[in-house]
Design a protein around this ligand. Sequence first.
Ligand code: PMP
Ligand code: GLN
Length: 415
Amino acid sequence: LPRRFKDCTYSVWTEFVDLVTTHKPLNLGQGFPDYPAFDFVPSILAQISDSKNDLIHQYTRGFGHPRLVNVLSKLYSKLINRSINPFTEILITCGAYEAIHSAISGLIDTGDEVVIMEPYYDCYEPIVRLFGGIPRFIALKNIDVNSEKDAFSSKSWQLNRNELENIFNEKTKLIILNTPHNPTGKVFIREELEMIGNLCKKYNVVCLSDEVYEWLVYKPAVHVRIASLPGMWERTLTIGSAGKTFSVTGWKCGWLYGPDYLIKNASIAHQNNIYTYCTPIQEALAICFEKEIPKLDSPDCYFQNLSIKLLPKRDAFMKTLINTGFKPTIPDAGYFVVADWSKQSSKIDLSSEKDVEEDYKFAKWMTKNVKLLGIPPSAFYSKEHKNLASHLIRFCFFKKDETLNQARDILTNWK
Ligand code: PMP
Ligand code: GLN
């Protein structure tokens, strides 16, 4: 194995997907729905596959299928209130993963510093290191950690202004933002984004904004796109994901939008990597967007309807967690919940578990003995800060009601 990969041989997803196969727990781990959430999306793909357009199964334009980049430019031009050029300011990628990879590799050089907020989507750190970047971590802190209430709000997870200011310096090249945030469900408010944006402007830093959960926001929370703030378009690359937007995670289509010079850099990384993403999926997505954009502000638009449909699931699962002795952070967005399990200690015996981190011991013990699988959030922290997640577990609640009822029964009967 080349030296560049030596510190990133581990992936929480690989390990926990294998645990599902080995122990057959109820799976509330990796984030995806266990049912066809919206049938119209897969049916459009079926129509394309059967269509008489022979070229639909052949390569398309490398930086994005024209029909898809056109519709995305229409959508985001409206959302961030500026005209986006479909051919120079958008890049279609293989999932948000490749968007992250191409953006980072197209931007940073050896020794550049990259600010990453913890907890963070786990692939940010190894990708930054792979290209010679130096991650500078700053943890979101739960300011209500000592409250007596039976749940936290995701708004309690906050960035400390002084710490953030102190981390920026002349070597800082990039900050990676994730809003709405996985795993806490935090939606960064305008003031927080302004604080980040002002530091980016002061130190001439680019912001990579991972917004894959942009359509999964529970009212009254509102998603603000940092690219729409004054002076931020020029220095922001924003990431979206079809998997999260249309609840089809297996489609693995993502995109980046931003100013042409940043898209160009990411495109150079992309053209010698995957070169072009799958044509029929891009065509199907273009049709899905074309269908939904005219209804954008109406409750029956898919984008609005998704969080309306998920809200009762979120609330039912929060009730389950609270009633069974967990202390959840109630998410304002997304389909994950981070819950504190400290009060379960009388019911568990972690002595047989070999992991170093306490949350890993708990998640694995629970998988084997309670038959319920969640993800250990220390996977989303740097080595030095993994202790901050020692009593936490992440569950996904984008599941059939039947699955969530099974989870409730498992947790209620666990003595
Ligand atoms: N960023 C975040 C915050 C995620 O949760 C995920 C998982 N969907 C990704 C990126 C990767 O998305 P994709 O499946 O489109 O590669
Ligand atoms: N983004 C999803 C999650 O956080 C899926 C992760 C993955 O498959 N790598 O669970």
